[in-house]
Design a protein around this ligand. Structure first.
Ligand code: SAM
Length: 254
């Protein structure tokens, strides 16, 4: 079966993918020629958001759900590059992702990076995991990152309810960073790409601005709000921000 982590790895130029992943990845590129660019923009957002959370929001511990096959720099490398004591728990439900993560995502001696096999559809299994409890102090702010994962949950899975359960478990000052693909900017292209993925047996849901906003609940969106991923505090001037069909935002718990 094609798998989201390996298709994404293929778009990013990685080598940890199989023919079946490349076939779906190529079919999606046929639909959206800018797909590789979109994946790269999504990664750049991870770096900018992690920097913001450490430098401006003082966050020193992260819960990253939907880790993916490692792509440097990974979240802990960005966070520990600024604060070597930073702790990151990586959560994924794919065993292959976790094998790669354990081998490649090594912490600084001062900090920690840990790997947990759990499913976003069962938030309680994440929150009650012994490694999560041992690594993260849930009385201190946490950076929760849900980067390019929520589209893999259908509406039937109630992704909003699952994210709410995670948000509710975190203390004031915690932050939530999300990216999510959308059909808002280029409906026909995205519809064709979604059809390629679902035709191959995957769940893939592009969501509207309104539906992505709902994930943040009553948390306060940091400037510039929910925007096209390339437009979230870019390091360099952006040509056409809507060229990457992802919404992105970071919010802080009051
Ligand atoms: C497209 S990759 C995103 C990787 C990374 N967050 C990034 O944006 O660079 C999605 C990841 O989410 C994982 N995933 C999918 N559904 C999941 C679930 N229900 N629970 C936990 N992880 C899941 C996949 O195994 C994959 O590694």
């Amino acid at each position: 079966m094609p798998h989201s982590a390996r298709i994404y790895d293929y778009w990013l130029g990685g080598k940890d993918n199989f023919a079946v992943d490349r076939a779906v990845g190529e079919a999606m590129i046929q639909a959206i020629p800018g797909m590789r660019f979109m994946a790269a923009e999504n990664r750049k957002f991870v770096h900018r958001a992690a920097r913001e959370l450490v430098v401006q929001q003082g966050i020193r511990q992260f819960l990253d759900v939907g880790t993916g096959i490692p792509t440097r720099p990974n979240l802990h490398e960005v966070a520990q590059g600024i604060s070597p004591q930073a702790r990151v728990v990586y959560v994924d439900n794919d065993p292959i992702v976790l094998v790669h993560a354990r081998a490649l995502m090594l912490s600084t001696p001062e900090g920690r990076s840990e790997y947990v096999s759990a499913d976003l559809r069962q938030p309680e299994s994440i929150l009650s995991d012994p490694t999560v409890k041992d690594t993260l102090d849930l009385s201190e702010p946490v950076g929760l990152t849900l980067i390019a994962i929520l589209m893999l949950l259908g509406d039937d899975d109630d992704p909003w309810g699952k994210v709410t359960e995670l948000r509710d478990a975190l203390p004031s000052g915690s932050c939530l960073a999300i990216t999510h693909p959308t059909a808002d900017f280029a409906p026909a292209e995205v519809e064709q790409a979604v059809a390629a993925a679902t035709g191959a047996g995957m769940t893939l849901v592009a969501r509207s601005e309104h539906d992505v906003l709902r994930f943040f609940g009553d948390w306060d969106l940091l400037e510039p709000g929910l925007v096209p991923v390339s437009a979230w505090r870019p390091d360099e001037p952006v040509g056409e921000p809507r060229a990457a069909y992802y919404w992105a935002g970071v919010a802080r718990k009051p």
